[in-house]
Design a protein around this ligand. Structure first.
Ligand code: S3P
Length: 439
């Protein structure tokens, strides 16, 4: 049996969220800390590392390429950098499981190495589009084999050299941008990416933090190949994407009052705060400070009534991973919420438009999927059974929905919650969700 089918969440209806908690480390930053620390000269110490399956897949991939990495131990990782040219050919294909970030970023980073390497993933990842990275990498001179459908496994063959390109990105994707910038480190001349809308900029920030010269002018990021990284220490903030379930949960559950500590509030990630506030949420951003080049804050959230809105399209890339949770907020809002311009949701860990609409409908909510979004009429959430399709964020979103449901909610296929949020069940239970997990 597929292990992801074997975990079921049961959540009793009602309750409220209270207290103070810190969710695990940011997934995007955790991946990058391993990649940059491995390529650096010197020893990089990381704290707050996400010990979830996705970030661990990246960590193991670099171990397979000869990098000595100690930990993780309570979020502490020590990476003995091997320098830009120090990676070794792995003996086996690199299996990155469910992790799109690992696959797309590694594809760029590995395109200019002097060895052959194969990247494989699980069933979900093996169905996700990879041409968005292989096509521009091929323009740089890379030699990458994919399936006829443009999906993994990806076999990356060594090439004589890569050539920098100036690439106007057709999709707003931080993974595509990061992939090309990582390939650009190994390319001759300059590599530039221009994004159609702002996407998370952790790669650019971390490159600067490791002493690499990267220029940013509006939507364009440019670097020249041939430089090097100098090791540094990183304190990874709590993941705003994991925080989002608690922001929504505390907002919809009457009587809630919750403090979320040390959350990354990078401006390219705060769409969820902007959208929820526009719907009427009561979220205070407190103690803003800097953690190694990334802004962090404590978020204080209290329950409040929500109203439906037309979600501004400019917020979509800034909240791209948070829509499953935002859809639950919309189901609890008065009136209609309309999302457009979010077709990317169809190619995430699951088709998040269809799977969320199916789940909402199963719980009695009027949800109408559209090609690029959804129309949700706020209503009464009923109890029922929902399939998460092995998608971590779908599972956690419907768990939070139980706070406002009239009956028990059962969610199937929940093992992948561990990809981004190990310990979700116990942390959510501690905060006040009546959740139990069975396998
Ligand atoms: C990520 C970028 C986003 C996001 C993913 C993590 C990253 O993907 O959905 O969870 O770490 O760069 P896209 O770039 O495909 O939008």
């Amino acid at each position: 049996m597929n292990p992801s089918h074997s975990v079921i969440f049961n959540i009793k209806p009602g309750g409220k969220l209270q207290g103070s908690l810190r969710v695990p480390g940011d997934k995007s930053i955790s991946h990058r800390s391993i990649m940059f620390g491995s390529l650096a000269e010197g020893i990089t110490q990381v704290t707050g590392f996400l010990e979830g399956d996705d970030a661990l897949a990246t960590l193991n991939a670099f171990r397979q390429m000869g990098v000595r990495i100690e930990g993780p131990d309570n979020g502490r990782v020590t990476i003995h950098g091997v320098g830009m040219q120090g990676l070794k050919a792995p003996k086996e294909p690199l299996d990155v499981g469910n992790s799109g970030t690992s696959m797309r970023l590694l594809c760029g980073l590995l395109a200019g190495q002097g060895f052959e390497v194969t990247l494989v993933g699980d069933r979900s990842l093996s169905g996700r589009p990879m041409r968005r990275v292989t096509t521009p990498l091929e323009k740089m001179g890379a030699n990458i084999e994919a399936t006829d459908a443009g999906t993994a496994p990806l076999v990356i063959h060594p090439v004589d050299h890569l050539q920098g390109i100036d690439y106007p990105m057709p999709v707003a994707s931080a993974q595509v941008k990061s992939c090309l910038l990582l390939a650009g480190l190994y390319a001759q001349g300059k590599t530039s990416t221009t994004e159609p809308a702002p996407t998370r900029d952790h790669t650019e920030r971390m490159m600067s933090g490791f002493g690499y010269d990267i220029q940013r002018e509006g939507a364009k990021a440019t670097l020249s190949g041939g430089g090097h990284f100098t090791a540094c220490n990183l304190d990874i903030p709590a993941d705003i994407s994991s925080t989002a379930f608690f922001l929504v949960g505390a907002t919809i559950a009457e009587g809630s009052d919750l403090m979320l500590e040390h959350v990354g509030i990078n401006p390219t990630r705060i769409g969820v705060i902007n959208i929820l506030r526009e719907m009427g949420a009561d979220i205070e951003v407190l103690n803003e400070r800097d953690a190694g080049g990334e802004p962090v804050a404590d978020l204080h959230v209290r329950s409040s009534k929500l109203k439906g809105i037309n979600i501004p399209e400019d917020q979509v890339p800034l909240a791209i991973d948070e829509f499953p949770a935002i859809f639950i907020a919309a189901a609890c809002a008065e009136g209609e919420t309309i999302l457009t311009g979010a077709e990317e949701l169809r190619v995430k860990e699951s088709d998040r438009i269809q799977v969320m609409a199916d789940g909402l409908i199963a719980l009695g909510i009027d949800a109408q999927p559209t090609p690029d979004g959804m129309i949700i009429k706020g209503g009464e959430i009923q109890g029922g059974t929902v399939g998460s399709h092995g998608d971590h964020r779908i599972a956690m979103s419907f768990a939070i929905a139980a706070l406002r449901a009239s009956g028990e909610i059962t969610i199937t296929d929940c093992a992948n919650v561990n990809t981004s949020f190990p310990g979700f069940v116990s942390l959510a239970a501690k905060a006040g969700l009546n959740i139990s997990s069975a396998s």
